[in-house]
Design a protein around this ligand. Structure first.
Ligand code: ZN
Length: 269
């Protein structure tokens, strides 16, 4: 017979029983998922981080929607390319790349590249889109990834996690209610670009397709840049693969919703 929680003397026993009570299982994260919202700071982040996973989700009938936060207009070293031209080029590349992976649609918020604001307005915009799309799962960059230099990446992670925490609260932006957007609770959150993955997707059979989808972002990956980036991306996939016991993998850190607040034991999740 199962013990009542007041009878547990050891953390390990209580923790195991607590995990059993949760709806979301880190070991089987896509079980009840019909739609995934993948938040990306720039037009190539979802495919770089999760192109293989996204292809597999789409093939299995799960809807994948991108939420692109900035216009990507800083992504060039060519002085002759103007911001608005690059933003348009990158959006076209993103549509082509996401189509190859089977992504349903790409939502955009058009904040300036390198200038993603970390404020209430940005949070509200993301919350509204979560309420509109009603995904069961939201993916975002891990904002605690050490040595990540890009503020848009760190902020995208923090904004994403906060939007997920607040989208179910009716008093957060009641204007949404007036235009018919109901509060929506997201059951699962996953962090990509993470150094602490706890779940691995074997992408060995779709690795070449992933690289093709990355390279569609031609404004970012000229032949010269690709000479270094292809080995970089393969090495990252081999690293996650080594951790997960496969050849090429993508690593994700899934966290059950309740542990996104006041939780001191992330080291054992
Ligand atoms: Zn980026």
């Amino acid at each position: 017979m199962r013990l009542a929680f007041e009878e547990f003397d050891r953390f390990e026993d209580a923790f195991e029983a607590l995990l059993e009570k949760l709806d979301f299982k880190v070991t089987d994260p896509f079980r009840d998922v019909k739609k995934v919202l993948c938040i990306e700071p720039h037009p190539d982040d979802c495919v770089i981080a999760l192109g293989g996973t996204i292809k597999k989700l789409a093939d299995s009938g799960i809807d994948v929607v991108y939420l692109l936060l900035t216009d990507g207009s800083m992504g060039t070293t060519d002085e002759s390319v103007l911001r608005h031209e690059l933003a348009l080029t990158r959006l076209i590349e993103e549509r082509k790349s996401s189509e190859l992976l089977g992504v349903k649609k790409v939502l955009t918020l058009d904040f300036g590249d390198t200038e993603l604001p970390y404020d209430r307005e940005a949070r509200k915009e993301i919350v509204s889109l979560i309420r509109k799309e009603k995904p069961e799962m939201v993916l975002m960059p891990d904002p605690w990834m050490p040595y990540e230099s890009h503020p848009d990446h760190r902020r995208a992670g923090f904004l994403g996690i906060e939007a997920v925490s607040f989208s179910g609260l009716p008093n957060f932006n009641r204007t949404d209610l007036m235009i018919g957007l109901e509060p929506h609770s997201v059951s699962a959150v996953g962090f990509y670009y993470t150094h602490r993955p706890n779940y691995f997707v074997d992408i060995t059979d779709v690795m070449e397709l992933k690289l093709k989808a990355v390279k569609i972002h031609e404004s970012q990956f000229t032949e010269e840049i690709w000479e270094l980036w292809e080995p970089y991306l393969r090495t990252i996939a081999l690293y996650y693969g080594k951790l997960g016991g496969m050849k090429y993998a993508e690593g994700i850190r899934f966290v059950p919703g309740i542990f996104l607040h006041i939780c001191p034991f992330h080291d054992v999740i």
